[in-house]
Write a protein that binds this ligand. Structure first.
Ligand code: HEC
Length: 166
């Protein structure tokens, strides 16, 4: 009975149209509300806030001794995506280095977005070296102390390629 009146008032295709219109209004809700969260809550933003502390002075002076040859970059890429233990960097930092790895939702502060030129320009090679070797206490960033110096520098060559490609 009720439906009959409703149908008379708004027959066939119009009901359908209204339905789609309403869905369109309701669905984007969660997407908008994401933008209202604080900077710490979102990944992939640029410039990005950093929780990691500054490395000791002697590290900050270090420069990458390796050249960005295809072989060195490939070695870094392999560690980043597959081989690094306890966990490949990709899991947190994302396959395109933007900080949107598959577990980024579960960690806070959010993994570094290596595609962000503003943030990466501020970070000397020695800072990256020190963090990869020692980890970043108070964040999910683990220590990769077992890697030898060359492997860490190869990783850094690959990390840099995320923000210099474009
Ligand atoms: C379990 C998650 C996780 C894994 C795995 C991980 N990282 Fe991180 N990484 C983080 C987080 C979280 C931060 C800290 C962000 C901050 O400072 O606010 C970070 C920060 C960094 C930084 C930035 C240091 C700075 O001074 O800003 C570098 C470089 C880095 N990671 C490299 C790597 C490399 C290379 C690997 C793999 C060998 C790796 N990470 C694996 C979560 C991870």
């Amino acid at each position: 009975m009720q439906f009959k009146y409703w149908k008379r008032w708004m027959p066939g295709s119009q009901v359908c149209f209204m339905g789609i219109l309403l869905l369109g209004l309701v669905l984007p809700g969660p997407v908008w509300s994401k933008h209202e969260k604080g900077h710490d809550e979102v990944s992939g933003i640029c410039p990005q806030p950093r929780k990691t502390v500054t490395a000791p002075e002697e590290y900050l002076k270090l420069r990458n001794p390796l050249e960005a040859t295809p072989q060195n970059i490939l070695a870094g890429k392999t560690l980043f995506h597959v081989d690094a233990k306890p966990s490949a960097c990709r899991v947190c930092h994302g396959i395109s280095g933007d900080g949107l790895g598959i577990i980024f939702h579960r960690v806070k502060p959010k993994p570094r977005n290596f595609t962000c030129v503003y943030t990466m320009e501020e970070l000397p090679d020695g800072q990256l070296f020190w963090v990869i070797k020692n980890g970043s206490p108070g964040t999910a960033m683990p220590s990769f102390n077992y890697l030898d110096g060359d492997q860490v520098w190869q990783l850094i060559l690959y990390l840099r390629s995320f923000s210099t490609k474009k």
